[in-house]
Design a protein around this ligand. Structure first.
Ligand code: PMP
Length: 423
């Protein structure tokens, strides 16, 4: 049955691609978890602003002033979108990866970091200079909370600690018990950063309500173009840290010293970590996407996505050779990100066939979450290339998986075509 709400208009919805079988078909973009198409509305907003483009923070001219206002308003829009608390900072970054590396660079001395092995590499790897405890993959939400509680209880009781957790897995699409993990972290004197790269495009993320200390997400997964991201949350660690990049914009005052050196006073606002000319268009397009999603209303988007998830899951369940990857089981709440393997098929060949024969774009590989995918595939040990995996030899078990993902711009026809193709 068709869903009530219409998909939001996105770029690329009329793109046609050739099929190996002859003819062409409209492209079915089912790789939203990697990068979602930009909303038409975001594109229109950027096009309307483009003639007024000017440097921010430094120019006296009208267009510089206007651009500065738009840039700072974008910050407020994002703060509103995330339900930021009084005193929280919104730092514009390049991506979620950049946001988490920024936070990693701002950790206080002797900070202990706790992270589940199931994280995307962007959340798993930036902490290598800190003392990191990697937690085993849990199989229930309760187990996740207890695993974290045990690890935190075992830690040295003094000194700062940070937990990093995903809101929705980029592999299974499953939601994590963020509120409960945040409560556990705080009960043990730790802080928590939420990797919302996959959650924010699908569900409202309220930093105060979830009671997390920071949130990171990427514009290009939230229906804005590439190149911009956000780290939002507590100001204190960010203000106390050295600037992420040294340069203009981050510095309030620079002066030569009598001994010939240079003294620098750094800003203690978000500008401290935004040295250089910022990506104004990127920030502006993130803000535009936030407004578009708020205006469309998450209730309708979630309901529509549920319908699409049901269509895909029922379609996959009807094919005996398909195994859907899951940590928390069939009933776990999830977003529109579903990974699976097909018996007798190499996942890369399967994904290539979906593209060549049906014009469907999915992803295959280990999804930059190698430990998680290995756990889900039953511990296949291999030496994968960059976020990918080598091909399984003929007859061997697949070393990687296929991921289908969708969202606010996905028409029913795309998931129906996918189900037909897999069947
Ligand atoms: N975290 C998660 C859960 C992700 O899915 C991704 C992107 N696949 C990232 C972090 C990294 O995002 P980006 O590549 O935009 O930095």
């Amino acid at each position: 049955d068709p869903c009530c709400a219409a998909p939001l208009p996105v770029l690329g919805r009329d793109v046609t691609v050739p099929l190996v079988t002859g003819g062409e078909v409209t492209y079915a973009a089912l790789d939203y978890a990697a990068s979602a198409p930009a909303l038409q509305r975001v594109w229109d907003d950027v096009a309307a602003y483009a003639p007024y483009y000017g440097s921010v923070h430094r120019g006296a001219g009208y267009l510089s002033q206007l651009s500065t206002d738009l840039f700072e308003n974008a910050r407020r829009t994002v703060a509103d979108f995330l339900g930021c608390r009084e005193g929280d900072q919104v730092v514009f970054t390049r991506s979620t990866t950049d946001s988490l590396n920024l936070l990693a660079a701002a950790l206080p001395a002797d900070c202990q970091v706790f992270v589940f092995e199931t994280e995307h590499h962007a959340s798993l790897l930036p902490w290598r200079d800190a003392r990191v405890t990697y937690l085993d993959a849990p199989r229930t939400h309760d187990e996740a909370v207890h695993t974290l509680e045990r690890a935190l209880a075992d830690r040295e009781p003094y000194g700062p600690a940070l937990v990093c957790v995903t809101g929705a897995s980029n592999v299974t699409g499953e939601l994590w018990p963020v509120r409960e993990l945040a409560a556990a972290a705080h009960a043990h004197g730790a802080r928590i950063v939420l990797d919302a790269a996959q959650l924010a495009p699908h569900h409202p993320v309220d930093i105060a309500d979830l009671d997390v200390d920071w949130v990171a997400f990427s514009g290009h997964k939230l229906y804005a173009p590439f190149g911009s991201g956000v780290l939002a949350g507590r100001a204190d660690w960010l203000q106390a840290a050295d600037p992420y990049l040294a340069g203009g914009g981050a510095s309030r005052k620079v002066a030569r010293r009598a001994d010939g050196g240079v003294d620098v006073e750094w800003h203690d606002t978000a500008a401290r970590h935004e040295a250089g000319s910022p990506n104004v268009i990127g920030a502006y397009s993130i803000a535009s996407a936030c407004k578009a999603l708020q205006e469309a209303g998450f209730d309708g988007l979630v309901e529509r996505e549920r319908h699409l998830i049901r269509t895909v899951r029922e379609g996959l369940a009807a094919v005996p050779q398909v195994r859907v990857l899951s940590l928390f089981g069939d009933d776990a709440p999830r977003v529109g990100v579903i990974s699976f393997v097909v018996d007798g098929w190499n996942s890369s060949h399967f994904a290539a066939a979906l593209s060549a024969e049906y014009g469907i774009g999915v992803r295959d590989g280990l999804f930059c979450a190698h430990p998680l995918v290995r756990t889900l595939l039953g511990g296949a040990s291999d030496e994968p290339g960059e976020c990918g995996a080598p091909e399984a030899a003929p007859g061997e078990r697949s070393l990687n998986a296929i991921r289908v993902s969708f969202g606010a711009g996905t028409p029913d026809e795309h998931v129906e075509r996918f189900v037909r193709a897999v069947g």
